[in-house]
Design a protein around this ligand. Structure first.
Ligand SMILES: Cc1cc2nc3c(=O)[nH]c(=O)nc-3n(C[C@H](O)[C@H](O)[C@H](O)COP(=O)(O)OP(=O)(O)OC[C@H]3O[C@@H](n4cnc5c(N)ncnc54)[C@H](O)[C@@H]3O)c2cc1C
Length: 163
């Protein structure tokens, strides 16, 4: 395989972070990006990921980033013509102690600011929503519906190379 002799940006590592970096650089007009992967794209930790795209985050910027990511995954197939398997099912995050519940509630209130549909639930409500769960030690949780109110518009990317 012939590697380019020069490139404006060389990214080492073709996991989700390297691929995302290459995607976003080219999206912003950097047409000379080379991504180097020692084995196979996404063969590292990314290969092991369960594919969950969490939405509840502790800070404003992380919540914004999570929402951006969800919008991006939802529109990648349309943009690239390649199916990603991304499905939005909604999710329940559960807490088995008060401190974790507090953390979830903070994330939920942050998520609400971004238009996400979030509900705080008690153990019996969680059991009603997901009958398979054992709520004997659950103190509460947060339900995040799949519906969102924003859509992201992006331009097509050009000039990516992966080796
Ligand atoms: C079991 C498990 C489940 C997970 N589930 C989720 C989940 O559901 N949702 C979620 O958001 N996160 C999940 N994660 C976390 C997520 O997988 C990682 O945060 C993410 O994949 C890290 O991506 P990365 O690009 O930083 O690293 P990696 O995917 O490890 O990519 C690094 C790449 O660099 C390459 N590389 C290394 N050295 C060189 C070199 N010298 N030259 C060229 N290439 C090199 C490697 O081969 C590799 O492909 C999970 C993690 C694990 C382990």
């Amino acid at each position: 395989m012939d590697l380019p002799q020069r490139a404006s940006v060389v990214i080492v590592g073709g996991g989700i972070v390297g691929c995302s970096l290459a995607y976003h650089l080219t999206l912003r007009g950097c047409t000379d990006v080379v991504l180097l992967e020692r084995k196979q794209l996404t063969c590292g930790t990314t290969w092991h990921a369960a594919g969950l795209v969490g939405q509840l985050r502790a800070t404003y910027n992380l919540t914004r980033l999570a929402q951006y990511t969800t919008n991006l995954y939802a529109s990648l197939e349309q943009e690239t013509g390649q199916a990603t398997g991304f499905r939005q099912t909604g999710s329940i995050a559960i807490a088995t102690h008060a401190a974790r519940l507090e953390e979830l509630k903070r994330g939920a209130s942050m998520a609400k600011c971004f238009g996400l549909e979030v509900q705080t639930l008690g153990p019996s409500e969680i059991a009603a929503l997901w009958p398979g769960v054992n709520v004997s030690d659950v103190v509460g949780g947060v339900y995040l519906a799949a519906r969102r109110r924003t859509l992201l518009h992006r331009h097509r990317a050009h000039g990516r190379s992966a080796f």
